[in-house]
Ligand binder design. Structure first.
Ligand code: HEC
Length: 477
C-alpha cells in the first residue's frame, strides 16, 4: 500500500517468494546439518585415526562448500530481493523489530564463511585438534543462524505476547519458535545425511567397504534427524494459533500434506534403519536419489504447510496479506484505500486530475462518474494493491475462475465481506465507492458459466453477459 506495487503476472509475487525460499531451504538446511555431521565425523575419524574416512570427508567438504556457500548465498540474496519487492511493509517491519537479531545473523554468517574456507583450504596443514575445532566453529555459527532465522519466521506465524512497545526478545521467543527450531534442526540433520548418501553413492561407487562405513555412520545422524522432525512437527502443530489450525483443517490439500509429511518422515526413518544402518553397502546411486527425493518432499511439504497456514496475515495479527498494518485498516476504510497510499494517490492524480481535489485527496463521487471502462482500470489498481498478494487475474488462484458465473451482487457481497467469505482473507480495507470500482473490474474478468448447462442458461441473463464482454473489450484496449 505504501510502496509501489511489484506485479508478477499469472504467478503472483508471493508464489515467486515461495519458489525461491523452498530452494533456499533445501540448501541452507544442508549448510547447517552438513556442518554438524562433518564436524562430528571429522572429530571421530581423527580420534580413530581413520585415514580413508578422512579422505572421503575431505572430498565431501569441497562439494559441501561449493553447494552451500555459492548456491545458498545466491538464493539467500534472492529471498531478500523478492520479499523486499513483494511484501515491503512486512519486510520493513521484520527488519525494524529484529534489528539486533539481523546484526547477530550477519556476524555469524561471516564467521561461517571464514571458518568453512579455513576448514577446507587448511585441511592437512593444521593439527587435528585445531582442524576439528574449526569444523565445530563453523557448525555452531551455522546453527545459530538457523536459530535466529527460525525465531524471526516463527514470529510471522504467531506474535505471542509481543506488542510494538516490547523488545525483540519477546518477539523472538514466541510460542512457535522452539518447536520450529526442533523440527528444522531435525530436517537439517536428515537432509545432510541424504546429501552425503547421494555424494558417496557416486563418489565411492567402487569402494564398497568405505561406502558401507560412511553410510553406517551417517545413518545415525539421519535417524536422529527424522525423529526430531516428527517430534518438532507434532509440537508445532499443537501450538499453532486457532486460525492456522482451521486453515489446515479446512483445506483438504493441506490436510493430506500434513499427514503425508509424518508418513514420509516415518518411512525415511525405517528406510534408514533397515537400509544404511543395518545393511550398509547396498546404497547405489538410484536408491540414494530416491532417499534424497523423499527427504526433499518431506521438508518441502513442511515448509509449504507453514506458509499456507499463515493467511490472512504476513505477520500474524500485525501485517495483513495485502501489506497494511492491522491498526491502519479503520482509517483506510473511512478515507479510502487508494487515498491512503502515496503511490496510488499520485497515480490517480496523474490519470484522472478531475477526480482529485485541490488538497490532493481522491474525490470518490467524481471517480464514480468516470466511464465504465475507466472505472474498470481504477478497479484494477485496487485489485493490484488489495488482492494480488494472493490472487492473480487469470493464473494462480485466478479471480476469473473463482468468480466464474457469479452475478454482480455476489461479487460485490464477497468484496465487502472478504473475511466473512473466508477468514483467511483480510477484511475489505476500502470504502463503498472503491467496492463498486473493484466489483466493476472483477466482473470484467469473471468467466461466464460453461456453455450447455441447463439451468445456468435460464438464470444468467443475456444482458449481464454482454456487459461483461463489453467492459472486458474496453479494458483490453
Ligand atoms: C491473504 C490472502 C488473500 C487476499 C489478500 C485476498 N484473498 Fe481472496 N481468497 C484467498 C484464498 C486463500 C481463497 C480461497 C481460494 C483459493 O485458494 O484459491 C480466496 C477466495 C476468494 C474468492 C472466492 C470465494 C469463494 O467463496 O469461492 C474470491 C471471490 C476472492 N477471494 C476475492 C478476493 C478479492 C476481491 C480480494 C481483494 C480485495 C481478495 N480476495 C484478497 C486469499 C486472499
Amino acid at each position: 500500500m505504501h510502496y509501489p506495487w511489484w506485479y508478477v503476472p499469472n504467478f503472483t509475487a508471493p508464489m515467486l517468494i515461495a519458489g525461491i525460499a523452498t530452494i533456499h531451504v533445501f540448501v541452507s538446511l544442508y549448510a547447517v546439518g552438513g556442518g554438524i555431521v562433518l564436524a562430528g565425523e571429522v572429530s571421530h575419524a581423527y580420534k580413530s585415526n581413520d585415514r580413508p574416512m578422512l579422505d572421503y570427508l575431505r572430498t565431501h567438504t569441497l562439494f559441501f562448500i561449493l553447494l552451500t556457500v555459492v548456491f545458498g548465498a545466491i538464493t539467500g540474496v534472492g529471498i531478500w530481493w523478492t520479499i523486499g519487492l513483494a511484501s515491503p511493509l512486512a519486510t520493513e517491519s521484520l527488519i525494524h523489530i529484529f534489528v539486533f537479531g539481523w546484526a547477530m545473523e550477519y556476524v555469524f554468517f561471516v564467521i561461517e564463511i571464514v571458518s568453512a574456507f579455513v576448514f577446507h583450504y587448511y585441511w592437512g596443514r593444521l593439527d587435528p585438534k585445531t582442524h576439528a575445532a574449526i569444523g565445530w566453529i563453523y557448525a555452531i555459527s551455522a546453527y545459530i543462524s538457523l536459530v535466529l532465522i527460525t525465531g524471526i519466521t516463527a514470529f510471522q506465524l504467531d506474535i505471542g505476547n509481543w506488542t510494538p512497545e516490547k523488545g525483540m526478545w519477546t518477539a523472538f521467543f514466541n510460542p512457535q519458535t522452539i518447536p520450529q527450531i526442533m523440527a528444522r534442526s531435525g530436517a537439517a540433520l536428515l537432509l545432510a545425511s541424504l546429501y552425503i548418501y547421494l555424494h558417496a553413492a557416486f563418489k565411492l561407487r567402487n569402494d564398497v567397504h568405505l561406502r558401507s562405513l560412511v553410510e553406517n555412520r551417517v545413518s545415525k545422524w539421519g535417524m536422529a534427524g527424522a525423529a526430531l522432525v516428527t517430534a518438532g512437527g507434532a509440537w508445532w502443530y499443537v501450538n499453532i494459533p486457532e486460525s492456522a489450525k482451521s486453515a489446515l483443517a479446512g483445506a483438504s490439500a493441506l490436510n493430506i500434506l500434513t499427514a503425508l509429511i509424518f508418513l514420509a518422515s516415518a518411512v525415511v526413518f525405517f528406510m534408514l534403519y533397515f537400509g544404511p544402518y543395518r545393511h550398509p553397502g547396498w546404497l547405489n546411486p538410484g536408491f540414494a536419489i530416491l532417499y534424497f527425493l523423499l527427504g526433499i518432499a518431506a521438508t518441502g511439504t513442511g515448509e509449504f504447510i507453514r506458509e499456507g497456514a499463515r493467511k490472512p496475515y504476513i505477520v500474524y495479527n500485525y501485517v495483513t496479506g495485502n501489506n497494511v498494518l492491522v491498526s491502519e485498516i479503520p482509517k483506510l476504510q473511512a478515507s479510502g484505500y487508494l487515498n491512503g497510499g502515496v503511490w496510488t494517490r499520485a497515480y490517480l492524480k496523474e490519470q484522472y486530475p478531475q477526480a482529485v481535489t485541490k488538497d490532493g485527496n481522491i474525490d470518490y463521487a467524481e471517480m464514480l462518474k468516470l466511464p465504465v471502462a475507466e472505472q474498470v482500470k481504477v478497479g484494477k489498481v485496487l485489485f493490484q494493491y488489495h488482492c494480488n498478494d494472493c490472487h492473480s487475474t487469470n493464473g494462480f488462484s485466478g479471480l476469473d475462475r473463482l468468480t466464474q458465473g457469479w452475478t454482480r451482487d455476489m461479487i460485490s457481497t464477497v468484496v465487502t465481506h472478504l473475511n466473512k467469505a473466508h477468514y483467511f482473507m483480510p477484511p475489505w480495507c476500502g470504502n463503498d465507492a472503491e467496492a463498486v470500482l473493484i466489483t466493476e473490474f472483477i466482473q470484467s474478468l469473471s468467466e461466464p458459466t460453461p456453455a450447455g448447462m441447463k439451468f445456468s442458461e435460464e438464470e444468467s441473463s443475456e444482458k449481464e453477459k454482454t456487459s461483461n464482454l463489453a467492459a472486458r473489450e474496453e479494458s483490453d484496449r
